[in-house]
Write a protein that binds this ligand. Structure first.
Ligand SMILES: [Ca+2]
Ligand SMILES: [Ca+2]
Ligand SMILES: [Ca+2]
Ligand SMILES: [Ca+2]
Ligand SMILES: [Zn+2]
Length: 715
């Protein structure tokens, strides 16, 4: 890659000085926008940008803003409901290498976390170099055994631990027999080498046999000429390495089954990017290799037992039998470097770059999910063809099987980059499949003897990708531990199962806990049910009431229940809608409860008065108070006279007590019960088809005390 951040993005520069004033209205404006529904990605991205600017202008301490910093916003990335706003930094106009950060926000623009490369503010006594540019260029060229191209040299700040004024130079050539392209940093005050970044990321491939044939390929037709070019994504092509020419033909039939034929090699490689494109969209919510739909060309014909991504292309080489090696896992691996390079912080550092590639290879192979006769998912890298005569070149569930370390140690960051993939590959497998899978996948011995249950490869990929969107140039296994834990927490709100698995898997590969690691707890959720106020209705008239509730944890599913509802009404447990037709007059005390999936619950209580439509329980209202076990006679012990017809009574009382209702008739000087309602609560209803005579109500406290209301109709 010759230039950073090519194309697409319209960068905005935001300068900050110690005197920067925050507009008085800024907070109010953010607040106002936050309460608006931001259902579209665009709104959420705008809110993320606004929030990030506010963090910068308020000089939030976690951003480590120095006295002369400016910031450049890169495009906000939306994924799984979260927004990732990356920024790069300059100091007194010089790019700060290691000054980048990412602000993560939710859909409402609230900050969820920040990921900052540097640990202290940038500060330099002087930005005048003491070492000549030509001296620095010579030192940079000396990092390669043969340098064919030297790019432009510029002054930057190398921010790692402390701040160093540095000359940055891109040199391209070879390191021994391997292609190499380095960005080299030389201290501009002392002439010492500060560090370098490799841009050619080589993997080793395997032979390529996707199936069943014929493989469906998304090709283009122009005039009468077909080409191996995705019509929907014209940057996704497969070319002959010689001349970098996209394969074309007069028919839409490709390859001849000969594994040494380059066009056949392109069939497998082009099919592999086609599968990967779908995997990125469906599983990770990412558009194409670079996140905005763009790929770099695949070129088949590299004359080496190798494949590589260099920022501009993916070159596919061959095995010892001359078979081109564009298998799902090799192609997925190389374009995984492309995803890594085009997410914040660029290529992963300190021994983590190759495990990222392997994870994307495994994800691509898993998404294709081919039958055993072809290239089934297996968490091996390069198993299909014997590249150099030793079988697969990496084994994610048992790295030691191919001689790679399975466990992290302090020597990993400086180990050979492919061997350094061992602990990360092992971690990815444990998160995806676990240590003792029950689905037939292989066991994966842990470094600490622990047992882990997997989350499935789709969740493992989602969490790893979420971490990559928080990546900064300070990436390492230690940082990936913190970032994946943060991602698991953010992507599965209200649940700690994913977080706990990610944590257990890092422990299982000996990556130690970090001070910056988040913690996960579901016990602090609060659920709030909005009180709808007193309600009223009438018997025989359908009614409905929507209950609303909020949860402090995002993404939770609420379940509703209710007690004390007027007879005839019920609540929908998933929507919170109360509906139905009341069939008895009452004054009910209704309590609605909402519970989330972690068990957190909230409730509210309100009264709901149902009056008798057409006179039911509406003529006479009597009230009284009962102590436990006592009776009250209404309207008095001597009762009332009634004509023949329906005597209807509706009793209500406090919740938690059991009052019962009796209708008594006087005959021959004594009273006897003619109707009773003896339910378990204080709500009782009687409708009695009476002969003319003398009647009275008896209200009995079966248990509990309190006041009651008795409404009744007399014919
Ligand atoms: Ca053809
Ligand atoms: Ca396979
Ligand atoms: Ca494989
Ligand atoms: Ca009762
Ligand atoms: Zn690689």
């Amino acid at each position: 890659m010759k230039r950073k951040y090519l194309g697409g993005a319209i960068a905005t520069v935001l300068a900050v000085s110690a005197l920067a004033a925050i507009p008085a209205s800024a907070d109010a404006q953010v607040q106002q926008r936050s309460v608006k529904s931001a259902s579209k990605d665009g709104d959420a991205k705008t809110l993320a940008r606004t929030t990030s600017r506010r963090l910068i202008t308020s000089r939030a301490p976690q951003l480590k803003i120095g006295s002369a910093d400016s910031f450049t916003a890169k495009p906000v990335i939306s994924s799984h409901g979260l927004q990732y706003a990356p920024y790069t930094r300059t100091y007194r106009g010089l790019p700060v290498i290691g000054g980048d950060f990412v602000v993560v926000t939710d859909k409402q623009g609230q900050v969820i976390t920040t990921s900052v490369a540097q640990r202290r503010a940038t500060a330099l006594a002087s930005i005048t170099p003491r070492v000549a540019k030509s001296t620095a260029v010579a030192t940079s060229r000396g990092q390669l055994t043969r340098t064919t191209t030297t790019g432009t040299t510029r002054l930057v700040v190398w921010q790692q631990g402390g701040s160093h004024l540095a000359w940055q130079t891109r040199v391209t050539g070879s390191q021994g027999t391997a292609p190499s392209s380095l960005t080299v940093y030389v201290d501009a005050r002392t002439g010492k080498l500060l560090g370098s970044t490799e841009h050619v990321l080589s993997g080793q491939g395997t032979g390529v046999y996707n199936g069943p044939n014929p493989l469906p390929l998304n090709t283009s037709l122009s005039g009468t000429t077909y080409s191996l070019k995705d019509p929907a994504t014209t940057s996704r092509v497969c070319q002959n390495s010689t001349g970098s020419v996209t394969y074309t033909g007069s028919d839409d039939l490709w390859g001849n089954g000969d594994a040494t034929n380059r066009e056949t090699g392109c069939v497998d490689a082009f099919y592999s990017t086609q599968v990967m494109k779908a995997m990125l969209t469906d599983w990770l919510g990412r558009s194409g290799m670079n996140g905005s739909g763009t790929w770099v060309p695949t070129r088949v014909g590299l004359n080496d037992q190798n494949a590589y991504y260099d920022g501009n292309q993916v070159q596919i080489g061959k095995n010892l039998s001359g078979h081109w090696i564009g298998s799902l896992d090799i192609v997925g691996h190389e374009y995984g470097h492309g995803v890594d390079n085009t997410t914040p912080g660029a290529i992963s550092n300190n021994g983590t770059q190759e495990f990222i590639g392997d994870a994307f290879g495994a994800l691509t192979e898993a998404y294709a999910n081919e039958a055993a006769a072809y290239d089934p998912p297996d968490y091996l890298v390069g198993e299909e063809v014997n590249l150099v005569g030793t079988g697969p070149i990496r084994n994610m569930y048992n790295p030691a099987a191919v001689g790679d370390p399975a466990c992290y140690s302090s020597s990993i960051p400086s180990a050979e980059v492919h061997a350094a993939a061992g602990p990360g590959d092992h971690w990815f497998y444990l998160v995806a499949e676990g240590s003792n899978p029950s689905n037939g996948s292989p066991t994966s011995p842990t470094c600490d003897g622990s047992t882990i249950s997997g989350l499935g490869i789709q969740s493992a990929g989602k969490i790893l990708y979420g971490a990559m969107l928080m990546k900064t140039t300070s990436s390492s296994y230690l940082k990936y531990r913190t970032w994946t834990l943060t991602a698991a927490k953010n992507l599965y709100p209200g649940s700690c199962a994913e977080f706990n698995t990610v944590k257990a898997a890092w422990n299982a590969v000996s990556v130690p806990a970090q001070a910056a690691d988040p913690t996960c707890s579901t016990s602090n959720n609060t659920v709030t049910v909005t009180n709808p106020g007193a309600q009223s209705g009438a018997t025989g008239t359908a009614t409905s009431l929507q209950i609303t509730a909020t949860d402090s944890a995002a993404g939770e599913t609420l379940t509703y229940s209710a007690t004390g509802l007027p007879a005839g009404l019920s609540i929908n447990s998933s929507t919170g809608l109360i509906s139905g037709t009341p069939n008895a007059a009452t004054t009910a005390s209704v309590t609605v409860t909402a519970t989330d999936s972690t068990g957190a619950a909230g409730s509210t209580t309100f009264t709901w008065t149902i009056t008798g439509a057409g006179g039911v329980c509406s003529e006479v209202t009597a009230t009284g108070t009962l102590s436990n076990g006592a009776s009250s006679y209404q309207p008095s012990t001597t009762g009332f006279t009634a004509a023949a017809g329906a005597i209807v009574g509706c009793l209500t009382g406090p919740s938690g007590v059991d009052f019962d209702l009796y209708l008594q008739r006087k005959r021959g000087g004594s009273w006897s019960n003619v109707a009773t309602s003896l339910g378990a609560t204080a709500t009782e209803n009687i409708s009695y088809n009476a002969a003319s005579g003398t009647y009275r109500w008896r209200v009995l406290s079966y248990s509990g005390s309190g006041s009651f209301t008795l409404r009744y109709d007399v014919p």
